[in-house]
Design a protein around this ligand. Structure first.
Ligand code: 6R9
Length: 658
């Protein structure tokens, strides 16, 4: 092994100090949807395996060919098959006698503002909305932008689009009018579905003005369909604006869904690239729905007649698409949908909802878990969370301390934690432990789910040995893979498929490590991997070390350029509520702590105690901005920050800390 490879291995092996293992509880393992033999079964004939999973859906016409890979990376799945996604998510459950089952327990942010929708209710609502959209002139293939708060109409609108074959482009309600306008323009949306506003942090927050402004920047839109949610005043243009209650509520509740080709576009979801224009990820119908339904059933061990499922994502993100709308509803699940913020009107709001509805499966993000950790154990301890049986995590690496806290304080040490790795592009969970099979390792997403083949490879695309790190790739097509970038076939090929010569691998843009058992640890985006004196160090690894110190609630690490070492480690740290006032002693102590946990090479050059960290609205830490602060640069564009005043707080705090 070269000296460089040896050094790189040392850097990566420091994660292996995590030796805790959590076996699945006996009861869960004995009744699990999947057992260990599924892995072997899925590899005997991968296409046959996915064909079996596609049988979970109702097809108007069965496919002739499972996978057409003749013009990769433009794959086609279930070629010749025809189905309707909305029929699969709604009508068929009613037809099989499950119409009275609650599909959605909706919880508005104002307390007591709740609504339950059964599958029959959903069928009527989706049918009405499909008829109304048709009346507005939306036809097969037309795009509809959806810009709504977390209210049932958001799901209804998505399914109504799917029902009439009009691909939706949901834009997160927290995005600005500029972001909305550029997305509408890119996909040429004919109709926008929005609301007067929604409730956030205890107050009505307006949405329609952003749509009005966006319409001054694009001429694609013909009609705006507006849900009345808050009752606040809105500007009105009779030629364009239509109230939902005027045309949807009165529409016929009967609508016959037409089956579409398996490869008919289902939706476009925009996601930020590293720079420049957002990418319009295109998902199609048959393969996507198969992947979302199978993984939701397998990874969460869903028992659709008994479980109450809750995913806290917003429908403006892919997690909301696959694991609030398409996966759970295709499976006939009962789920909670919550409109507001986790701490409104009080810090225990989420736990109160879990107690009230007896939530059994809970899926959230590490950033939320860490912010609850920061508040201490007393808040969740006031609630009865004993209904929970499986916890999930998604969106970023979950550091072992947060994993343990989640399992212990929220899961009462009973619940497996499934750390699920996937992306907008993959459409479905790709790497995750199966809760009835795996002995969970805090911090590791473990292995590819059955039917998926991933690997960690070097620069040339060669598989690295256990104990080493490299690039995370998917080595064969999967049913819910993105089909292209909207209107940008070339960028699709360039961004994801051209990284390795002679290898048709999907390049995920994440760094990962295989431990001695061959289990995968996702280290984060490759631009978050630092190189300090030739050692490969992961930002998340150092963040984990910092968070494992009792005084630290949350940490973000960036690599800053350094003449001597290439990059230097710079850490931003939020203190726990309960701990002392921090300052120089704490900074010294944390340096020592990281030194001890990982090694001298990882010792942060600078540690800054800050009150908040800059995050995107989906909760990802914006390391780019922190890098600017650390390198004393002018602070870059903060337009996608959830709260742009955070940067002022950090800069003010820095003056104090220097
Ligand atoms: C589903 C979603 C995708 C990126 C992905 C990776 C990070 C997601 C993760 C994870 C470590 C996990 N990511 N899940 N990193 N462990 N369990 O988040 O989609 O918004 O497209 O983000 O998120 O870096 O590449 P998306």
């Amino acid at each position: 092994m070269s000296a460089r490879a040896e050094r790189s291995k040392q850097g990566l092996s420091s994660l292996s100090h995590e030796h805790r293992r959590f076996e699945p509880p006996d009861g869960l393992a004995a009744n699990a949807n999947l057992t260990a033999d599924v892995y072997e079964h899925s590899t005997v004939d991968r296409e046959q395996f996915w064909a079996e999973q596609a049988e979970r859906l109702s097809w108007a016409q069965k496919w002739d060919t499972v996978l057409d890979a003749s013009s990769l990376p433009f794959a086609k799945w279930f070629v010749g098959g025809r189905l309707n996604a909305a029929y699969n998510c709604v009508d068929r459950h009613v037809e099989s006698g499950r119409g009275d089952r609650v599909a959605i327990h909706w919880v508005g942010e104002p307390e007591g503002d709740t609504r339950d929708l059964t599958y029959s209710d959903l069928q009527a609502e989706v049918s009405k909305a499909a008829n109304a959209l048709t009346d507005l002139g939306v036809g097969v293939g037309d795009r509809v932008a959806i810009y709504l708060p977390m209210i049932p109409e958001a799901i209804v609108a998505m399914l109504a689009c799917a029902r009439i074959g009009a691909p939706h482009a949901v834009v997160f309600g927290g995005f600005s009018s500029d972001a909305l306008a550029s997305r509408i323009e890119d996909c040429q949306a004919k109709v926008v579905v929005t609301a007067d506003g929604g409730y956030r942090r205890g107050a009505a927050s307006a949405l329609k003005p952003a749509v009005d402004e966006a319409l001054t920047k694009t001429s694609a839109v013909e009609k705006v369909l507006v849900v009345r949610r808050t009752g606040q005043d809105v500007a009105w243009n009779d030629e364009v604006d239509v109230w939902w209650h005027d045309i949807v509520d009165g529409a016929s509740a009967t609508h016959t869904p037409e089956p579409f080709d398996a490869e008919h576009p289902l939706y476009v979801m925009y996601t930020s690239g590293t720079t420049g224009k957002p990418k319009g990820i295109l998902h199609t119908t048959g393969g996507y729905l198969t992947g979302a339904a199978f993984t939701h059933w397998a990874v969460f061990d869903l028992k659709s007649d008994a479980d109450v499922y809750w995913c806290t994502a917003d429908i403006g993100w892919v997690t909301g698409h696959s694991y609030i709308v398409y996966g759970p509803l295709a499976n006939g699940a009962t789920q909670v949908l919550y409109e507001g913020t986790p701490d409104s009107p009080e810090r225990g709001r989420w736990w109160k909802i879990i107690e009230k509805y007896g939530v059994t499966i809970f899926y959230t993000a590490p950033t939320a878990i860490r912010s609850f950790m920061k508040q201490g154990n007393k808040v969740p301890e006031r609630y009865d969370l004993s209904s929970l049986r499986i916890l999930g995590s998604v969106g970023e690496p979950i550091n072992p301390e947060a994993y343990i806290w989640y399992r212990h304080v929220i899961g009462g040490d009973r619940t497996p934690v499934v750390d699920t790795w996937w992306q907008t592009e993959t459409g479905m969970i790709m790497i995750s432990p199966l809760p009835g099979v795996a002995a969970g390792k805090p911090g590791s997403a473990m292995v590819s789910i059955p039917g998926v083949t991933t690997d960690v490879v070097d620069e040339k695309g060669n598989s690295v040995p256990n104990g080493s790190g490299g690039y995370l790739v998917v080595t064969s097509p999967w049913p819910s893979m993105l089909r292209t970038l909207w209107g940008e076939d070339e960028r699709y090929v360039e961004t994801y498929w051209n990284r390795f010569q002679d290898k048709e691998y999907y390049f995920a843009g994440d760094g990962a490590k295989k431990d001695e058992d061959g289990d995968i640890w996702v280290l984060g985006r490759i631009d978050d991997v630092m190189n300090v004196s030739g050692h490969r160090l992961s930002t998340s690894e150092i963040e984990s070390a910092l968070v494992s110190h009792p005084a630290v609630a949350e940490a973000a690490v960036v690599g800053t350029s350094d003449e001597d070492t290439g990059q230097a480690v710079c850490a931003f740290v939020i203190q726990r509520d309960e701990s002392g006032d921090g300052g120089q002693n704490l900074v010294q102590e944390l340096r020592q702590h990281v030194r001890k946990q990982i090694g001298p090479i990882a010792t942060p050059r600078r540690i800054m105690i800050v009150p908040e960290l800059p995050k995107t609205r989906s909760g990802k830490i914006m390391r780019r901005l922190l890098r600017d602060v650390a390198e004393n640069r002018e602070i870059d564009d903060v337009s996608t920050l959830a709260d742009s005043s955070v940067m002022d707080l950090i800069s003010a705090g820095l003056v104090r800390n220097e």
